[in-house]
Design a protein around this ligand. Structure first.
Ligand code: ATP
Ligand code: MG
Length: 572
């Protein structure tokens, strides 16, 4: 365990301004009452998939509580089920937590505690608090009873501690097949809480473990390993989601009857649900394995690897998690809230660039053929500190195809035959002529520009209703641009029990535009840099891109007056 405590990475995260929530208030009271000296938390993923935005909620909460109250957070891999766990998931989880901006104090593995946990099980056996049951899993399940009926005692419940100990030792030594025996805590088969009806704490599983290899052929159950691992690490607050509320009496019973070094307290909070998305590893695994998406980092997925590739910033995700807060009641957060946090972050920080996604050629007939110039454009309209850049302009340009309309309604303020618009940062142009191909498709606009309307000229302030973006045809960089929409076409794809959630995948969740043109400065952008393509949204380079064939992802659209206009035009 070799991770030193780093200074808390979030200068913007001022605890005094952090919104109150019940966990924060409760911890503060406990500290004031002298119950703890500091707060130690952990984030305990099972390494059987990638982290998603729901995990981010838990990560942000755990790290925030420890940092605010003078403690630290461990990253603990809950690797008790070797059948589904893999090293690549461990690596991806480490990357994602780092990327979110957090440093854990210790990197821990439940498998590091296998010997201790074995000792704990033995302790229960020796004290008559656990026994070896030799019935099969179905029989044990059938004897558990229901919410209204008590369970049935196993015929092996009264085995003596000596008998149980000998069997357990033989289990460990590999004397039995999978499923021949289990160890169960001896609590109460009539307990109203089913979790207390003699839960299984150890199983035989002849399976290699990614970390312990073939050292073990018995593995502790999740419920047995989880609370004890927290105690071993001296975790003060085991923060977890509400579905573990009913397990708390079991965890408390185990802690009470075992010689553990600390007594963590568990506090449950509501998990994050996001509309138009699925946030369960089982479902995410299916989307990946069945090829509905390109991988765990497909930008349409709510995995941290996916939204990071899409262009979400760690700041926007931390802000989102802080904004949605921590409560005990389940709710569904609109995907748009996540997007708004990204926009709010990038609006301040993203340099502006010009790009044309669906190019239409435009020729300035009164611009000299062999000349070009550089237009100095601000990198950010409200932040002069971000400087300017020069964007080349010449006789042949590209504009956005939908910035031109031949039979335009009165309220269409972009380019139309005989109409005028301003080219962003340059001058006013008039559309004089339309060239079409034999199918009737417009392939070129011939326009004239008004030199008097350049910046510094007498007509610089002349007003026209529309301003459009452009790139110089000769200078622009050709690129592929990927636009994303919701992965599902319904808000809750898992709600319909008659149908599989994959039936609701939005066929238009990805559109690829392979003929986009970008201003030359964009070609130098590196992965993890971001910019705003003016009027189009926030974009990042995708790792699929090559030096001579860049690929860009749209992270999120702009809150844009054009979109509204578009809508009102469509509606007549
Ligand atoms: P899933 O339900 O997606 O399969 P999980 O709960 O099995 O996930 P773990 O790896 O066990 O995944 O989760 C690690 C931690 O993250 C747990 O403490 C869990 O409570 C928390 N967590 C998982 N999903 C969410 C969520 N949607 N919102 C908040 N916390 C979550
Ligand atoms: Mg879990």
């Amino acid at each position: 365990m070799g991770f030193s405590q780093q200074p808390f990475p979030m200068s913007s995260h001022d605890p005094s301004s952090a919104p109150a929530h019940f966990i924060r208030s409760r911890i503060r009271k406990e500290l004031e009452a002298g119950q703890h000296e500091r707060v130690i938390t952990r984030f305990p993923p099972e390494p059987n998939g990638y982290l998603h935005i729901g995990h981010a909620k838990s990560i942000v909460l755990n790290f925030a509580m420890a940092a605010e109250f003078g403690g630290y957070t461990n990253l603990r891999f809950d690797d008790t089920n070797p059948a589904r766990e893999e090293q690549r998931f461990i690596d991806a989880i480490r990357d994602d937590v780092h990327w979110l901006g957090y440093e854990w104090e210790n990197e821990c593995y439940a498998s590091d505690y296998f010997e201790t946990l074995y000792g704990y099980a033995l302790h229960l056996i020796e004290n008559g608090l656990a026994y070896v049951d030799s019935q099969d899993a179905d029989t044990i399940r059938a004897q558990r009873g229901t919410l209204t009926e008590p369970g049935i005692n196993s015929p092996h419940r009264e085995r003596t501690p000596e008998e149980n100990k000998a069997l357990f030792e033989a289990m460990r030594a590999g004397a039995f097949e999978d499923g021949a025996h289990v160890v169960r805590a001896k609590i109460d088969m009539a307990a109203p809480n089913i979790n207390l009806r003699d839960p299984v704490i150890y199983r035989i599983r002849h399976q290699e473990h990614p970390r312990t290899g073939s050292d073990w052929c018995i593995y502790p159950s999740y419920d047995f390993a989880h609370g004890q691992s927290d105690a071993i690490e001296h975790i003060t607050h085991s923060l977890c989601t509400l579905e573990f509320e009913d397990h708390r009496p079991l965890y408390d019973w185990l802690i009470e009857h075992l010689p553990v070094p600390a007594r963590p307290q568990q506090i449950e909070f509501a998990r994050l649900n996001l509309d138009f998305a699925v946030l369960s590893k089982r479902r995410l695994t299916r989307l990946v394995e069945e090829g509905h998406v390109s991988g765990w980092d497909d930008p349409r997925l709510p995995t941290l690897a996916g939204i990071r590739r899409r262009g979400f910033t760690p700041e926007s995700i931390r802000n989102f998690c802080t904004e949605i807060g921590v409560t005990k009641s389940e709710s569904v957060i609109p995907f748009g809230v996540l997007e708004r946090n990204l926009r709010d972050d990038l609006n301040v920080r993203a340099p502006r660039r010009l790009a044309v996604l669906d190019p239409l050629k435009l020729v300035l007939t009164n611009y000299p053929e062999d000349e070009s110039e550089h237009i100095e454009l601000p990198n950010h309209p409200q932040n002069p500190d971000m400087g300017t850049r020069s964007v080349p302009l010449s006789r042949e340009l590209f504009i956005e195809r939908d910035d031109f309309m031949e039979d335009a309604p009165k309220k269409f303020f972009r380019l139309k035959p005989g109409g005028e618009v301003r080219l962003r940062g340059a001058f006013i142009i008039r559309c004089d002529e339309i060239i079409k191909d034999e199918t009737g498709q417009v392939i070129e606009l011939r326009c004239s520009y008004d030199p008097d309307t350049r910046s510094g000229q007498p007509g610089a302030d002349r007003k026209v209703k529309g301003t459009i973006h452009w790139v110089s045809a000769a200078h622009a960089v050709k690129a592929e641009v990927r636009l994303y929409d919701r992965l599902f076409s319904v808000p809750n794809p898992g709600a319909d029990k008659e149908r599989d959630f994959t039936d609701f995948i939005n066929p238009e969740s990805l559109s690829v535009l392979d003929n986009a043109r970008l201003e030359p400065s964009v070609a130098e952008m590196q992965p993890a840099e971001f910019c705003q393509f003016e009027r189009l949204g926030y974009f990042v380079p995708d790792p699929d891109g090559q030096a001579d064939a860049p690929v860009f992802n749209r992270a999120v659209t702009l809150r844009d007056a054009w979109a509204k206009l578009e809508k009102s035009l469509k509606n007549g």
